[in-house]
Design a binder for this molecule. Structure first.
Ligand code: NAD
Ligand code: MG
Length: 323
């Protein structure tokens, strides 16, 4: 069993600059501030988030300005933008010996950001979307997080990462140590094979199978998308065992006799291929090429994914479920 850490010393962090006030940025800035850390937020001069950050009582400047006196700089702009923000705003202003922190290992692991040797390079990756990281903290608890060290210049990099994770509230839920490589590869695999790619296509395939067979699309939507959340909630609370305890014996018999026919060896083989594309850098190469090409492929695929039958039906049914 891996060690689950429950402690970290926030007094090691000094002045923290959070660059970006998006999903992770706003959660990190507010959680750290309320944990007693000295936080400022770096935004573009014309950023729409400026008013929100100021209203929350945070000190706001440009990324360049807040980088100047920070002891720890958290780069929480999108992965596509990080190299430019690092080169143009952070690197020219970072104090000697200041630590650089990431919430995902992509840019360091794939060599797109290489910090000079006198800076700690660390990661704290909450295992949840930013808005949940914030909400759970306001409820008095925390979201679990991974922490890692890529470069230990101060001799104290690991303790700083743990202190930062604790400032986010992760110590309450559990902190696991990892490497930039492990976090990057497992995170990419999870979102591609299971959480986003796999689940979205499973839902779509189930929905379309029912609709093509002549069933009402509204019923197919409830069955394949709406109820998925209720089932996942049970898994989240008590694992697969608890989900199976809660469903009917009929559902359980169907699950145990049919599930492995749906997610069969062929699907597992595809998962292995997707994982090896991640490990060999093939996925990163393709994504970086698309970034350099104005995200043309991403935008085309986005447009294609929108406006499906499932989405039309869902829009109507979700409006009825507004309380
Ligand atoms: P985001 O897209 O939600 O927010 C990015 C913010 O950066 C926005 O407020 C944007 O206005 C700002 N920004 C963009 N360009 C900027 C610039 N040039 N200067 C200053 N600000 C700029 O990003 P995110 O999803 O929070 O991702 C941040 C990091 O966190 C990434 O490394 C991501 O992989 C990681 N991460 C995200 C999640 C998540 O829940 N979204 C979960 C774990 C890790
Ligand atoms: Mg993830």
């Amino acid at each position: 069993m891996a060690t689950v850490y429950r402690e970290g010393d926030i007094s090691l962090l000094g002045k923290v600059a959070i660059i970006g006030y998006g999903s992770q940025g706003h959660a990190h800035a507010l959680n750290l501030k309320e944990s007693g850390v000295d936080v400022s937020v770096g935004l573009r001069a014309d950023s729409k988030s400026r008013a929100a950050a100021e209203a929350a009582g945070l000190r706001v400047g440009t990324a360049a300005e807040v980088s100047k006196d920070a002891d720890l700089i958290a780069l929480l702009v999108p992965d596509q933008t990080q190299p430019t923000v690092w080169e143009n705003e952070v690197q020219p202003n970072i104090k000697p010996g200041a630590a650089l922190l990431f919430a995902h290992g992509f840019n360091v692991h794939f060599g797109r950001i290489v910090a000079p040797a006198d800076h700690d390079v660390i990661m704290v990756a909450p295992k949840g979307p930013g808005h949940i990281v914030r909400r759970i903290y306001t409820e008095g608890f925390g979201t679990p997080a991974l922490f890692a060290v890529a470069q230990d210049a101060s001799g104290n990099a690991r303790a700083k990462a743990m202190g930062y994770a604790a400032g986010l509230g992760a110590n309450r839920a559990g902190m696991l140590e990892t490497t930039f490589t492990e976090e990057t590869e497992t995170d990419l695999f999870g979102e591609q094979a299971v959480l986003c790619g796999g689940t979205a296509e499973l839902v779509r395939a189930g929905f379309e199978t029912l609709v093509e067979a002549g069933y009402q699309p509204e019923i197919a939507y409830y069955e394949c998308l709406h109820e998925l959340k209720l089932i996942v909630d049970l898994m989240y609370e008590g694992g697969l065992d608890y989900m199976r305890y809660s469903i009917s014996d009929t559902a359980e018999f169907g699950d145990l006799t049919r599930g492995k026919r749906i997610i069969d060896q062929h699907v597992r083989d595809n998962m292995k291929t997707v994982l090896s594309e991640i490990r060999e850098g093939e996925f990163a190469k393709q994504w970086i090429e698309d970034m350099n090409n104005g995200e043309k492929t991403l935008n085309e695929l986005r447009a294609e994914a929108k406006g499906q039958k499932l989405e039309e039906v869902g829009k109507t049914l979700r409006a009825l479920m507004q309380r």
